[in-house]
Write a protein that binds this ligand. Sequence first.
Ligand code: NAD
Ligand code: MG
Length: 296
Amino acid sequence: MSNEQNVNPLDQYFNGEFPKQPQTPPGLQKDMNPVPDCGETSYVGNGQLKGKRVLVTGGDSGIGRAAAIAYAREGADVAINYLPEEQPDADDVKQLIEAEGKKAVLIPGDLRSEEFSKGMVEKAVSELGGLDVLALVAGKQQAVSNIEDITTEQLTSTFETNIYSMFWSIQAAIPHLSAGASIITTSSVQGYDPSENLLDYASTKYAIRGFTIGLGKQLAPKGIRVNSIAPGPVWTALQVSGGQPEDAIPEFGKQVPLKRAGQPAELADMYVYLASEKANYVTGQIFGITGGTPLS
Ligand code: NAD
Ligand code: MG
C-alpha cells in the first residue's frame, strides 16, 4: 500500500534538462538556473553540534555551503573560506549563519598558497576560540578532453587546490585539535571510476581517498577522526564553470541509477554526522552519496 508521507527520490528535486549557463571559474551559484538547493529553507537542526567550532573550505557555495548552513543550525560557530571573487555567495552564507544566532567568520583567500592555507586555520582558531571540526570541501575541476591539452598550469593548480592545501591546512590544525575533533575531506565518485576528460581532477580524488584512510590511522591514537565523503554528480557552480563540457550540462546527473543530479542539501546530513559524536566509532572511512553509483 502506498504511503503519502513517502517522497520519491527520482523526482524529489529538479530532474529536467539543465539550461546551458557557462561561467568563468570559480563561478557564483547565485547566478545559476536553477539555483542549487543548499538547504537554506529546508535544513532543520537538532543541537547535534552545540558549542562546536567549525571551519569549512568552499563554504560559500554548493556542498560546502550546505554543510556550513547545517553546522550553524546544529549549534556550531562557523568559519568559511572561499575565493575573493565569491564574496556575494559568501555574504549570503554569513547572513544564514548569523540568523541562527551563531558566529560567522569569513576568510577569503586562495588555498593554493601554503601561507594562506595555514593562516586561514590560525584565523579560524583565533576568531572561533579554537577548532573542533575541519571540513575540507573546496575543490578545483576543469574538464579537458585530451591529456596533451592539460597545461602544467592547470595540473599544478588542481593539485595545489585539492591536495597540497589539504596537507597545509591539516598541518596547521593538528596542534589545535583535541580528542573528539573531526576532519572531513571531500573525495568523489571520480576517485573510483574516472571520466576520460577529468584526469587531473580524478587523480586528486583518488589521492584524497588514500590520504583519508592513512591519516585516519595516524590520528586515531589522539582520538581525532578522519573521514571522507564521495559525492556523485551534484548541481553546483563547479560544474557549470568548466567542470563539465558545456554540452554535458543539460543531461548532467541523468546517468546515475536515480536518474538525476543531487542537490548540495542532500549531502549536509553526512557532513553533520561525521562531525558529531554519533560518528565516534567511525574513522578512515569513505561515504558515497552518489545517486546509486557504487563506490568500487
Ligand atoms: P562549488 O563550486 O560550489 O564549491 C567549490 C569551492 O571550492 C568554491 O566555492 C571555491 O570557494 C573553492 N575553491 C576552488 N578553488 C579554490 C582556491 N584556489 N582557493 C580557495 N577556495 C577554492 O562546487 P561543489 O561541487 O560544491 O564542490 C565542493 C567539493 O565537492 C569539491 O571538492 C568537489 O571536487 C567535490 N565534488 C563535487 C561534485 C559535484 O558533482 N558537484 C562531485 C564530487 C565531488
Ligand atoms: Mg563558490
